[in-house]
Design a protein around this ligand. Structure first.
Ligand SMILES: [Zn+2]
Length: 318
């Protein structure tokens, strides 16, 4: 592996965008973080991204030709093969947009587009908690729930870039409605939004609308959990059980060396993780559990960024 290969990496979200120059060793050289300009639609957001890429190159003081390619983690659904974006829920106007072609034309170097959950998985596998494993699954527990699967040291995309959508596997038949239109998905329970919505509903049932009027946030949930508030603990316990069912399913299905949990919901700590682990003990085969390590991811915001860098490095074989 060459020591002097550099790529540009971007972690684009509906709220924040982070762009950096990253070496083939995974060192982050130049990092720029901005609020994402996405409200004005696709064209405004595209020019925002292109100007940020140019600013990052300038700030890095590297000659343009030293940057061999561009890797981007972007909200799905998208096709990683073609680099086309299909209408992400939080990004108005991004329907059937050939982002990879647009950026390759703009910069004249190879571009890889990866969905954000896959990028987070790749980053944690390459430089985070999954280092050294050959089979690794990362579950992203944020506003929604996503996932990425590494098998034999490679990201598994599936036949049409849909692999890893653990958030939309059904855990509770006829359970609560999910944003995808189905019912009882993992995401409807274990995402920050799912936990917050369930708590709001339960509080409004028991406390006669008093608290239902004030919008409850995930921050409030975290606070209630840290205070040991007994109105919230059964909800977190149930969330842990549901997450444990999903983790046990993954263990039995893929028999990975590691399943990592990534994202803001993991900050709920042992109140969530203990019931999750108990459920895995009950449901996964012992032989699948023996090699399995369940860990909390450790790269935080840099996970997606480093994964985006790795996706283009893999493509360049650098
Ligand atoms: Zn769903």
């Amino acid at each position: 592996m060459e020591h002097n290969t550099y790529v540009m990496a971007a972690d684009v979200g509906g709220t924040n965008t982070r762009i950096a120059v990253v070496s083939s060793q995974g060192e982050i050289h130049t990092l720029i973080k901005r609020d994402t300009h996405c409200k004005g639609g696709k064209d405004e957001m595209l020019s925002f991204l292109i100007s940020l890429f140019k600013e990052t190159i300038k700030k890095s003081q590297l000659p343009r030709e030293k940057i061999s390619g561009l890797g981007i983690g972007f909200p799905g659904p998208l096709d990683a093969q073609t680099g086309v974006i299909f209408n992400p829920p939080n990004l108005p106007g991004w329907n059937n947009i050939p982002l990879r072609n647009i950026l390759e034309n703009e910069f004249g170097s190879p571009v890889v587009i990866e969905n954000d959950a896959n990028a987070a998985a790749l980053g944690e596998w390459w430089k985070g908690v999954g280092v050294g494993t050959k089979s690794f699954v990362c579950i992203t527990l944020g506003t929604g729930v996503g996932g990425g699967i590494i098998l034999g040291g490679k990201l598994w995309h599936g036949a049409s870039s849909m692999a890893g959508e653990i958030g939309h596997t059904t855990i509770v038949p006829n359970g609560i409605p999910c944003t995808c239109g189905n019912r009882g998905c993992l995401e409807a329970y274990a995402s920050a939004r799912g936990i917050t919505d369930r708590t709001r509903r339960i509080l409004s049932e028991t406390e006669k609308n008093r608290e239902a009027e004030t919008p409850l946030t995930f921050k409030d949930i975290s606070h209630m959990v840290s205070q040991g508030d007994d109105r919230i603990l059964p909800i977190i316990q149930e969330t842990g059980v549901i997450l444990g069912i999903a983790v046990a399913n993954l263990a039995n299905l893929l028999n990975p060396e590691m399943i990592a949990l990534f994202g803001g919901v993991t900050s709920l700590g042992e109140r969530l993780l203990s019931p999750m682990k108990e459920e895995v003990e009950k449901r996964a085969f012992q032989k699948a559990r023996e090699p399995l390590r369940i860990e909390v991811a450790k790269l935080g915001d840099n996970g997606g960024l480093l994964g985006a860098a790795k996706s283009i490095l893999v493509h360049l074989d650098a």
